[in-house]
Each structure stands twice: as structure tokens, then as C-alpha cells.
Design a protein around this ligand. Structure first.
Ligand code: HEM
Length: 514
């Protein structure tokens, strides 16, 4: 009774002083905006960035955020404001600092925008550093060759499946009409097949069937586009909100889409767990299980790999291929190196990863591919520790107040003309071999490694991705000659959620032995 009486009195007062109340609200809003503006006003950037996130959101909506970060970094420098509380940096030393200095934490973006399941975290979406580190400790051995003894064999079977698919269906031969192949699609089949085999021990079999089995590729691409839209509208949190989130988030009960993919993935895991006592496999899932990752946690960590491990590696392979196929000099040099190594081979079947890692030109091509076309262009935002932090950019100290959100401007970092020279925007693998200054080369290598993140949040799937890229490039170019089929428009491209969605990458493939 007393509460409703007080409420009535307050409502009465508000109605009586409508104008004063409205003015007070506007004044409070403006003061908070001005305060927010001055908090980071010492950081250069477009004038509107101090007042609104809308231009940034607009770039996400248009699926061109990566280009927006690049343009802003080029124009305003290595540390730039992109929103009232957000900055981006293209300075490698800043990004290394942010990812190693204690106190920095993942921003809320991780669980608001990057969670796969409703209100359940996985190692990637976990923003609580302590919980993240505990999970990472349990699952890291499974990602490495030390405990995942089946990793290389698994990748090999899928490399063979890719070569077989080309040989049986897509080889162009003299005096016959050319058969074109959509390399973008087949690469996605390859990465999906590898990741399902590596993650839960059964491949989706997309290459074997030359088909997007159960529309999983489509579901995952649709998921990225929807997530991107929610992110642009600043509504990504809705998917995790109580009640409404349950309706919006993918669910194992869904008949199609991402939810159906989750159901399939969980079904494989349940089968493995049921037979855990007699299962002698030494793969990733077995390692997770041995380290106490069980039940829903096991499902979340395995599912995460389908998301983190397919579009990323596919982006790297597609980007590298387009650049190699557009540079005949590089294709020729790669094949000369491959032929020389193959002539002295001591292996049967698919080339061992250890062999490709020793091939200087191939390694230069792979580094240059990741540099010219970094496949992950998310901001990967981290929060500055309470109390603030002073970072050093180009030798100058810059203070960042506590709670500032700092992200990485990836493309600008890897295309920096100060470091790579005037041809930084051009694909030139030789830069990794001809650099005489060993200190500079070591720095270039360290920066290039940042495409996989750094420190305690560094990519866990790096060994898997590298194995796929190394083996596939070797075998593609050992077996076949390649050409882009539509040079006037080599592919269709968009960027959703920081990842490239590429389609219609039509190529002609001919047999080198023919
Ligand atoms: C070329 C391919 C890939 C690239 C460029 C890439 C890049 C990245 C980056 C930049 C991060 C760091 C995120 C951060 O700072 O918060 C990351 C994290 C992660 N990646 Fe990858 N990734 C690739 C492939 C893969 C694959 C194949 C897998 C799975 C087998 C995978 C699994 C993960 C996981 C689980 C994390 C989270 C690590 C953690 O939070 O501790 N990635 N990746």
C-alpha cells in the first residue's frame, strides 16, 4: 500500500513538472555523452567516433567492417578511436601487450556475440579469465599432436578425398570442353570434413559425396550472416537474454539450420561417450575426456571447433589460392620446389607435415598468404584493467582509462608499409626469403604469427589449420596445374562476423602427369 502511494506521489510530481523532468533527462544524457567523449578525446579518430558507435555499426551492417578498420587506421594512425568507449590498434607491440599483460580481460562481446549455445560458454566465448584458463588447460593437450596421435592421419584421409574428387569429376583434359570447379565450395567441404573428423572422430563426408551434407555449410554461413546483423544492430545480447534468447538461439530441436548441425554433432559425441570404456582411439575427443571434460562441457568444446575451425581455415586456403593462381611466377616456383622434394621422397601417400615445414619457398607462400589475406578480421576486443594502462605506440606513451575496449586492426597491421615497404599490398612470398636483416625478419615472423592471436587466448587450432594448409597446398600443386576460370571476377566475397564468406571461385584444373 505504502509503495503504491509513494509511486502515485512520484507520478503526480512528474506529471506536474513534465518540462523540468524532460530537461533534466536530456541534461544527464548530454553530460554522460560529454564525459564519455572527453575520456578518450586524446586518441585520434573521426570526430563522430567520440559520440556514436553508429558509423562502426553501419560498416558491420554492410559486411565491410574489416575495410572500415583498415581505412581508419591508415588515416588516423596506429591507435584510433572508433566509438565512445572503443579504440583499435594496428601496432603489433600494443596487441602483444594487451594479450599478455595481467589484468586485461576479454570484453563482454565474447559471450554476447560469440556464444554458440544459449547461455553456455566455450573456451572462445569465455570472458572470465580464470574460468577460461582452467578450461584451456584441460583441452589444450587434445589440440596438440602430443595427445592427438590421429591428427595427421585424419587430415591425410581428407586430402586424399579432395584429390580423388578432382580426379574423378573435375579434371579438364585436352580436346574436351573445360570442366570448371567451384574451389570455394570444395575448400569448405574439406575444412568441414577435417574438423568433424578431428573433433569427434567421424567425418561429415562432404568431399566423398561432393555435397553440402545436411546443408551444414549453408547453416554455418547463414549463422554468420545473422550474427553479423545482430552485431550491427547492437542486439547480439538478445540471443542470450532470458526467455527471448531461448527462442532466438539455435537449438538441437530445430529441424534445419545450425541447431540441426548441433544435434548431429552431439549425437556423434554421445555415441563416443557411450563406448568410452572400449574406445582405444587416441584423438582429440579422447584427450578431452581423459582430462575431465565431460557432459555438456564436452559438447560445447567440440561444437566450438566446427565454428572456429572451418570458415577460418577455408578463408586462409581460398585467399592463398587466389593469390598464387594470379601470380604464375609463384605457382612455377612452388612446383619446382615440390618436384625436387618429391623426387627424393621417403614417404608413401600424402606428404608428411614435417617435410613441408622444411620447404623454404612453400613456407614463404603460406606466411605471405596469411599476411596478404588474414582470414580472421574480428576486433577480438579486450578491456583495459580498472585504473587504466599506459601503452606505447610508435615510441609515444598513450594512457587508456580503465574499461576502455581495445581491438586489433588486423589488415592495417599486416599491410603496414613502414614494415613491408611500398609493395605491402602486393602478394610477394620472396619478401620472407630475401630479407637480409635477421632482426627485421624475426619481427615480421612474430607479427605474422599474430594472425592466430597471442598469449593466453592464442588460437588452439593453429596446429590443425597449419597441417591442413601445408599438406593441401603441396598435394594440390604436385598433382595439378590450376587457372582461374573467370579472371574478370574471380570470386564473390562478403565479410560477416569478421570472416570471409567466399563463393563462385571457379577454377580449371589439369593433371600434371597427363
Ligand atoms: C587459419 C586458420 C585460423 C586462424 C587464422 C585462427 C585465428 C584465431 C584467432 C586470431 C584466435 C584468437 C582469439 C582471441 O584473441 O580471442 C583464435 C582462437 C581460437 N581458435 Fe582459431 N584460427 C584458425 C583455425 C582454427 C582451427 C582449425 C580451430 C579448431 C581446430 C581453431 C580453434 C580455436 C579456438 C578453440 C580458439 C579459442 C582459444 C582460446 O580462447 O583460448 N582455430 N583463432
Amino acid at each position: 500500500m505504502a509503495v503504491s502511494q509513494t509511486l502515485n506521489q512520484v507520478l503526480g510530481l512528474v506529471t506536474e513538472h513534465k518540462v523540468e523532468v524532460a530537461v533534466a533527462f536530456v541534461a544527464i544524457y548530454l553530460l554522460s555523452q560529454i564525459r564519455a567523449y572527453f575520456k578518450l578525446s586524446h586518441i585520434p579518430g573521426p570526430w563522430f567516433a567520440g559520440w556514436s558507435d553508429i558509423p562502426h555499426s553501419w560498416s558491420i551492417w554492410n559486411e565491410r567492417a574489416y575495410q572500415y578498420y583498415y581505412d581508419i587506421s591508415k588515416k588516423y594512425g596506429k591507435i584510433t578511436r572508433i566509438g565512445p568507449n572503443s579504440v583499435i590498434s594496428s601496432a603489433p607491440e600494443v596487441w602483444i601487450h594487451v594479450n599478455t599483460k595481467p589484468g586485461y580481460r576479454r570484453s563482454d562481446w565474447y559471450f554476447k556475440a560469440a556464444r554458440v549455445e544459449y547461455q553456455r560458454d566455450n573456451v572462445f566465448s569465455q570472458a572470465d579469465t580464470e574460468k577460461h584458463d582452467a578450461t584451456r588447460k584441460k583441452i589444450a593437450p587434445g589440440y596438440s599432436g602430443r595427445e592427438n596421435l590421429e591428427l595427421e592421419g585424419s587430415v591425410d584421409t581428407r586430402v586424399v578425398a579432395f584429390l580423388n574428387l578432382i580426379r574423378t569429376k573435375y579434371l579438364s583434359v585436352d580436346n574436351s570442353p573445360v570442366k570448371v570447379m567451384d574451389l570455394a565450395k570444395k575448400i569448405q567441404f574439406f575444412t568441414m570434413d577435417v574438423i568433424s573428423l578431428v573433433a569427434f572422430g567421424t567425418t561429415f563426408g562432404m568431399l566423398d559425396r561432393d555435397s553440402d551434407v545436411n546443408n551444414f555449410v549453408k547453416s554455418s554461413e547463414d549463422g554468420l550472416l545473422i550474427n553479423n546483423m545482430f552485431m550491427a544492430l547492437n542486439l547480439a545480447w538478445l540471443v542470450q537474454a532470458p526467455v527471448i534468447g531461448r527462442l532466438l538461439a539455435p537449438s538441437v530441436k530445430d529441424k534445419t539450420g545450425f541447431g540441426a548441425m548441433m544435434r548431429e554433432c552431439f549425437r556423434y559425441i554421445d555415441e563416443r561417450v557411450e563406448n568410452a570404456e572400449t574406445d582405444t582411439r587416441r584423438d582429440m575427443l579422447a584427450s578431452f575426456y581423459r582430462h575431465g571434460v565431460k557432459g555438456d562441457e564436452l559438447k560445447s568444446e567440440v561444437l566450438e571447433q566446427l565454428v572456429a575451425g572451418s570458415d577460418t581455415t577455408a578463408g586462409a586456403l581460398r585467399g592463398t589460392m587466389l593469390h598464387v593462381l594470379s601470380t604464375p611466377r609463384v605457382q612455377k616456383r612452388m612446383q619446382e620446389e615440390i618436384d625436387a622434394v618429391y623426387a627424393k621422397r621417403t614417404w608413401d601417400g600424402v606428404v608428411p607435415h614435417a617435410v613441408v615445414k622444411q620447404m623454404p619457398y612453400m613456407q614463404a607462400v603460406i606466411r605471405e598468404g596469411l599476411r596478404i589475406w588474414p582470414p580472421v578480421l574480428l576486433l577480438l576486443p579486450k578491456d583495459v584493467p580498472a585504473g587504466g594502462d599506459t601503452i606505447v605506440v610508435d615510441g609515444k606513451k598513450v594512457f587508456l582509462p580503465g574499461g576502455t575496449c581495445i581491438g586489433v586492426s588486423t589488415l592495417a597491421m599486416h599491410h603496414d608499409k613502414e614494415l613491408y615497404g611500398e609493395d605491402a599490398d602486393v602478394f610477394r612470398p620472396e619478401r620472407w626469403l630475401l630479407e637480409k636483416d635477421q632482426e627485421k625478419l624475426a619481427m615480421m615472423t612474430r607479427i605474422n604469427d599474430l594472425t592466430f592471436g597471442h598469449g593466453k587466448w592464442q588460437c588452439l587450432g593453429k596446429p590443425v589449420a597449419q597441417m591442413e594448409i601445408n599438406k593441401m597446398l603441396f598435394e594440390w600443386f604436385r598433382n595439378f596445374d590450376w587457372a582461374v576460370a573467370k579472371p574478370h571476377r574471380p570470386w564473390r566475397l562478403t565479410n560477416a562476423f569478421g570472416l570471409f564468406l567466399i563463393s563462385d571461385f571457379w577454377v580449371q584444373v589439369t593433371d600434371r602427369d597427363a
